[in-house]
Ligand binder design. Structure first.
Ligand SMILES: Cc1ncc(C[n+]2csc(CCOP(=O)(O)OP(=O)(O)O)c2C)c(N)n1
Ligand SMILES: [Mg+2]
Length: 324
C-alpha cells in the first residue's frame, strides 16, 4: 500500500510482534499458574486485528470475542493494563474483574471481549446505532469468527444494519475452526462473506495473513461507513495456530499447522520480508523493534505482578464508573 507512511507500517509491524510475544508470554504465565481461568490465544491472526485497527480512530468502536487479546492490544495498546487484567489485578483494564475474556476500555472504544459466541455482534449494532443517532461519523467494527457466523443474532443484525444503514463493519475472521470443528463441517459454502449479499450489504474477502490486504479492505469499508453508506461484511481468511484453548486437546493435521506457520504464510514473517524487500525497514530496524517489544513486555509483566488485587470496594466503584 503506497499511501501508508514508513511510520505507519513500522507501527503496524510493532503491534503485530507485540501481540505475538504477548500471547507467547501469556501461554508461559498460564502454565506457570500466574494466569488462571480459560485463555484463547490469537497467535497466527495478528494481521487481522492490526490491519483493521490501523484504519480506526480512538473514538471508533470495536467489539471482540472470547479470543480478545489481539483485538485489545491493536485497539487500546496498553500492555501493562492488559497484562494486569490477565492476572486479575486492580490496575487491569477491567479493574481485575474481567480477566482474559472481559478486557474493556471505554476511552479507546474497546467495548469488550465476550464469553458468549456471537455476543459482540448485537453490542456492535447498538454502538453503531448510537453513533448514527448522535450524528457522529464514528465507525464500529465487530470481530467474530466462523463458528459465530452460524449464530442467528448475526442475521438479525445484518437485516437491521442494512435497513437503517448503520456504520458497522462485520469482520469475520475465518480461522478455519470453531473449537475442534473444521469450517467445512459447519458451513454449507466455502466462503462466509457472500451471506451478506441477500441483505444488500457489500462484502469482500481478504487475505487475513496479509496485514496490508486487511488494511486495504477495511479502509474501503470505513470510508463507506463514514460517508453514511452503511455496513460492509468482510471475511478475512486466516488460521488459528494454537489449540482452541488451554484445556482442549488439539487433533488437527500437523502438516496443516506447519504450512500456516511457514515463512510463506505466517503473517509476521510475511510482513517482515516485505518491509525488508521494499527497504522500508532494515534488518537492524527489525531487531531494534523486537528488542523494544521485549522490554515493554517485561515491564508489563512486572507491572502486573507488582499490582494489588482488587477489593470489594473497588468493585463497587468500578460498577458506578462503568454506568456513568
Ligand atoms: C453461545 C455460545 N455457545 C457455545 C460456546 C462455547 N464455545 C466457546 S468458543 C467456541 C468456538 C467458537 O468458534 P469461533 O466462533 O470460530 O471462534 P474462534 O474460537 O475460532 O475464535 C464455542 C463453541 C459459547 N461460549 N457461547
Ligand atoms: Mg473460528
Amino acid at each position: 500500500m503506497n499511501d501508508l507512511t514508513r511510520n505507519q507500517k513500522c507501527e503496524m509491524f510493532r503491534r503485530m510482534v507485540t501481540i505475538r510475544r504477548f500471547e507467547e508470554e501469556v501461554k508461559r504465565l498460564y502454565r506457570a499458574g500466574e494466569i488462571t481461568g480459560a485463555i484463547h490465544l490469537y497467535i497466527g491472526q495478528e494481521a487481522v486485528a492490526v490491519g483493521t485497527c490501523a484504519v480506526l480512530r480512538d473514538d471508533d468502536y470495536v467489539t471482540s470475542t472470547h479470543r480478545p487479546h489481539g483485538h485489545c492490544i491493536a485497539k487500546v495498546f496498553d500492555l501493562k493494563r492488559t497484562m494486569a487484567e490477565m492476572m486479575g489485578k486492580a490496575t487491569g483494564l477491567s479493574g481485575g474483574f474481567g480477566g482474559s475474556m472481559h478486557q474493556f476500555c471505554k476511552d479507546k472504544g474497546f467495548l469488550g471481549g465476550n464469553g458468549i459466541v456471537g455476543g459482540g455482534i448485537g453490542i456492535a449494532l447498538g454502538a453503531a446505532f448510537s453513533a448514527q443517532y448522535r450524528g457522529t461519523d464514528q465507525v464500529t467494527v465487530c470481530f467474530f469468527s466462523d463458528g459465530a457466523a452460524n449464530q442467528g443474532v448475526l442475521y438479525e443484525c445484518l437485516n437491521l444494519a442494512a435497513l437503517w444503514k448503520f456504520p458497522v463493519i462485520f469482520m469475520c475472521e475465518n480461522n478455519r475452526y470453531a473449537a475442534t470443528t473444521p469450517v467445512e463441517k459447519s458451513a454449507c459454502t466455502k466462503d462466509i462473506a457472500p451471506r451478506a449479499a441477500p441483505y444488500g450489504i457489500p462484502w469482500a474477502i481478504c487475505d487475513g495473513n496479509d496485514v496490508l490486504d486487511v488494511y486495504r479492505c477495511v479502509s474501503e469499508a470505513v470510508s463507506r461507513a463514514r460517508a453514511g453508506q452503511g455496513a460492509t461484511f468482510i471475511e478475512a481468511k486466516t488460521y488459528r495456530v494454537e489449540p482452541h484453548c488451554g484445556i482442549i486437546a488439539d487433533e488437527r493435521n500437523k502438516d496443516e499447522l506447519t504450512t500456516w506457520m511457514s515463512a510463506a504464510q505466517d503473517p509476521i514473517l510475511r510482513f517482515e520480508a516485505r518491509l525488508l524487500q521494499e527497504k522500508t525497514l532494515s534488518a537492524d530496524d527489525i531487531k531494534a523493534i523486537r528488542e523494544e517489544v521485549e522490554k515493554e513486555l517485561e515491564d508489563a509483566v512486572e507491572f502486573a505482578r507488582q499490582s494489588p488485587s482488587p477489593t470489594l470496594e473497588s468493585f463497587a466503584t468500578r460498577r458506578s464508573q462503568s454506568y456513568a
